[in-house]
Design a protein around this ligand. Structure first.
Ligand code: PEP
Ligand code: MG
Length: 589
């Protein structure tokens, strides 16, 4: 690649969420609709396109009516009336006639034409200074999405099928898009939306794809085919990089490679502090294939296997048998180290096929994780049976329940697990009766009730990604309030301390598997709080190991003591960074 001559370099600043540098040509996906690819049709195909359009409109109408009925039953006919306006859109003759006319003149696929016509229509209405018409523009956008989705069926998104190397620049990328991405072709990711703890960012780190999110409206400023440099360390997207920029980045890459090389020497070493305390350092995985990077990076097992990723973007859930095979294979590959399998955490930003995201107003506080499983017992039980069966293979499997909010819920989950054990025993199917069970502590109510929860389980794993979002009421995927998402908020530190103290008072171990554990500035704080385990993205394991090996427990405990006396998150962060800088400045710079 060479930067285009005479074109000025332009820099866009966002948040670097997956380190690394990528250079290449971009492919721009502007929003949900961008996925609608335009293709030409023959005049003889027009009738077929009209047929598809009619079917999609009928389907959309039926969906709106069904939704309207559900709402009428739940909250009354008056509120259901808002969908009358949506019904008017699917019957709008001006809109429909314009689509039919353009089919004749433009000779291209109907979803493209419909999207174009409807978007133009909505934009025109949206510009008129009349609240009623502006509302109507929103109705049109909403219905357009539905019609387009129906026209597309469940067709895979076009950008997932690209077969040439590119840097994907998108308005938003869902975790399931990332899970199904061909990493051979995707050199880097850049998005308008997003944050560090979104599952898309987590996935990018696992796949070791450089990524920058929160670039606001960058998709509106770039075109497919332009050449860029993406800096995942500093959160920069650089259009038309100059020769000097390219040279500087060549240097940076070289320095980073040197540090990485030095770190590979740590692979066989243990994460023990200078004064001899062993902190288990494990890795988080999303897909079974990630196992190779767990051992490659020298982790002591898997502290969090996000099983739901295997099931995003599939029309049906896998059978118990298929799950058993998958879990067993992962367990055998990571043995003799432990494998902590988290039961499905569907919901929030991880929407499986068949679960409609927009059916919930607050998906992160909705039917997610253990709540979903306790409501869908057949799904839950088939997963638990599969995990239990896999535990017989290498004896290293542990089970963990996500989003536990209190004792009652935990006991319900444990009762279902007991039921599965009884059934397996009855059928003579082997499993390890010593399988440890843990609870994720990621809701403030669970942290506050940690003493009671500790009586029920063998370990705790703190999900700081969620714990922070719920404690401070900051949506973890909303880039507009990302500055409020502060792991060093005094409230967060108190919650963490409460959980660690409760676990130790009941003699169970406690770990942290949220992204905070992989943040080098936070490692001293977590050690000082007494965490027994840190579970991080596999690629971060060598750096975190070096950090642990450089620190001593008394110094970390002093840091916690100091932090508990401070009131501002920034002050606490400053103290943490000072300790980290003192011991491993080269890793942080
Ligand atoms: C967490 O919430 O910190 C966690 C590890 O789980 P997830 O990121 O999958 O919600
Ligand atoms: Mg979580």
């Amino acid at each position: 690649m060479s930067s285009e001559k005479n074109k000025p370099e332009v820099r866009f600043t966002g948040v670097g969420v997956s380190s690394g540098i990528a250079r290449g040509t971009i492919y721009v996906v502007r929003d949900d609709f961008e996925d609608v690819v335009r293709y030409r049709i023959q005049p003889s195909e027009i009738a077929g396109e009209i047929g598809r359009f009619e079917t999609a409109l009928i389907q959309t109408r039926a969906q709106i009516l069904e939704m309207q009925q559900q709402i009428a039953e739940a909250i009354g006919a008056k509120d259901a009336g808002i969908f009358d306006a949506h019904l008017l859109v699917v019957e709008d003759r001006t809109l429909i006639d314009e689509v039919l006319r353009k089919l004749e003149t433009d000779l291209c696929n109907v979803e493209f034409i419909f999207q174009e016509v409807a978007t133009h229509y909505a934009e025109t209405l949206g510009k008129i200074d009349d609240p009623y018409l502006r509302e109507r523009a929103l109705d049109i956008q909403d219905v357009t999405r539905r019609v387009v989705r129906n026209l597309q069926g469940k067709a895979p998104k076009a950008f997932l099928g690209l077969t040439t190397e590119h840097i994907l620049v998108a308005h938003n990328i869902t975790p399931s898009d990332t899970a199904t991405m061909n990493r051979e072709h995707v050199l880097g990711l850049a998005t308008d939306l997003g944050s560090r703890t979104s599952h898309t960012a987590i996935m990018a780190r696992s796949l070791e794809i450089p990524a920058v999110v929160g670039l606001h409206d960058v998709t509106g400023k770039l075109e497919t085919g332009q050449e860029v440099l993406l800096d995942g360390y500093n959160g920069l997207l650089i259009l038309n990089p100059t020769a000097e920029t390219l040279w500087l980045y060549g240097e940076l890459k070289h320095r980073k490679e040197l540090v990485a090389e030095q770190l590979t020497g740590l692979r066989e070493t243990i994460s023990t502090t200078r004064d001899g305390r062993h902190v288990v350092l494990s890795a988080n995985i999303e897909l079974p294939d990630d196992v190779h990077s767990v051992t490659e990076n020298g982790a002591e097992g898997i502290g969090l296997y996000r099983t739901e990723f295997l099931y995003l973007n599939r029309p049906v859930l896998p059978t118990e048998e298929e799950q058993y095979e998958t879990y067993r294979t992962v367990a055998e590959r990571v043995a003799p180290h432990p494998l902590i399998i988290r039961t499905f955490d569907l919901g929030g930003d991880k929407i499986a096929t068949g679960m409609e995201a927009d059916d919930e107003q607050n998906p992160f506080m909705g039917l997610r994780a253990i709540r979903f499983c306790l409501k869908n017992l057949a799904i839950f039980k088939s997963q638990l049976r599969a995990i239990l069966r896999a535990s017989a293979a290498a004896g290293n499997v542990k089970i963990m329940f996500p989003m536990i909010s209190g004792v009652h819920e935990l006991r319900q989950a444990l009762a279902v697990l007991e039921e599965c054990k009884t059934e397996l025993q009855r059928d003579g199917v082997p499993f390890s009766s010593k399988t440890e069970v843990g609870a994720m502590i990621e809701i403030p109510s669970a942290a506050l009730c940690a003493e009671a929860l500790a009586r029920e389980v063998d370990f705790f794993s703190i999900g700081t990604n969620d714990l922070i979002q719920y404690a401070i009421a900051v949506d973890r995927v909303n880039e507009q309030i990302a500055h409020l998402y502060e792991p060093t908020h005094p409230a967060v530190i108190r919650l963490l301390k409460m959980v660690a103290d409760a676990a130790h008072a009941r003699s169970i171990w406690v770990g942290v598997c949220g992204e905070m554990a992989g943040d080098l500035a936070m490692v001293p704080l977590l050690l000082g709080l007494g965490m027994d385990e840190l579970s991080v993205s596999a690629s971060l394991v060598p750096r975190v190991k070096r950090a642990v090996q450089s620190l001593s427990v008394p110094e970390c405990e002093q840091l916690v003591q100091d932090a508990m006396a401070l009131e501002e998150p920034a002050e606490i962060l400053g103290r943490c960074t000072e300790v980290a800088q003192r011991h491993y400045a080269d890793l942080i710079g």
